[in-house]
Design a protein around this ligand. Structure first.
Ligand code: GTB
Length: 213
């Protein structure tokens, strides 16, 4: 079954791996599945062909002949449930790994996006200067809880799983900020995740894609 995903024709990050196709590439690399990438421009995103795949007009999407999916969480879970390598076999451990995927997407990612968003679009609002410290505190509380859970462990719950892949993908968004400076446990966790050969391959693939002539 051949797998096709969509990615920005040119990611605005210039190949830093921050767009959400990287997490799909990473999942596919972890399970050893080849894939091809269909580049889409910002105009393509709003055309009927793409909207039929993702009603919100966004990347990434995933097609494998049997199913067409959108939402990076659903795609990573589908890959993890279809191919061995990203979820434990034992039902309870498997369910816990899935809960970490949700934790990444619904507990950690939203305060990160909120903080990022206010920096982009709300800078000239009179309340911006007051709001940023509140948002940073909110995020730091979550990061501290995550670090406390991780403790001395390499991964969130036993072996590396789809939960770690998603959590690390989310934390990568704040890697270039000072936010992890006070959470060395998380900085080390992220470094471990980034050192995985599958992540390196995914990162290099998106980088060469986004810097192609
Ligand atoms: N919940 C969806 C998912 O998880 O799949 C969110 C998908 C999403 O936000 N897609 C973005 C998109 O298509 C790209 S990843 N945006 C176009 C649009 O909405 O019109 C977000 C992103 C984009 C760019 C950078 N960057 O350049 O640094 C980082 C992250």
């Amino acid at each position: 079954m051949s797998i096709t995903i969509t990615a920005f024709d040119r990611s605005p990050d210039g190949g830093r791996g921050l767009a959400r196709d990287t997490r799909i590439r990473w999942a596919l690399e972890e399970v050893g599945q080849p894939y091809s990438v269909r580049p889409v421009t910002f105009d393509d995103l709003k055309r009927p062909g793409h909207l039929a795949l993702n009603p919100f007009g966004q990347i990434p999407t995933y097609e494998d002949g049997a199913v067409a999916l959108f939402e990076s969480g659903a795609i990573v879970l589908h890959v993890a449930q279809t191919y061995p390598g990203l979820l434990p076999e034992a039902p309870a451990a498997r369910a816990r790994a899935v809960s970490w995927v949700f934790a990444a997407l619904s507990t950690i990612e939203p305060p990160i996006l909120e903080l990022e968003g206010t920096g982009h679009s709300e800078r000239d609002r009179p309340w911006h200067a007051e709001r940023v410290p509140l948002m940073r505190d909110r995020l730091h509380r979550r990061l501290a809880q995550l670090a406390a859970h991780l403790g001395d462990s390499d991964w969130l719950d036993g072996a590396f799983s789809a939960g770690d892949l998603m959590m690390a993908s989310v934390l990568l968004r704040v890697k270039s900020s000072d936010l992890l400076d006070v959470h060395p446990t998380l900085a080390a966790y992220l470094a471990r995740a980034e050192a995985r050969p599958a992540y390196r391959r995914a990162y290099e693939a998106q980088r060469s894609f986004n810097t192609r002539p």
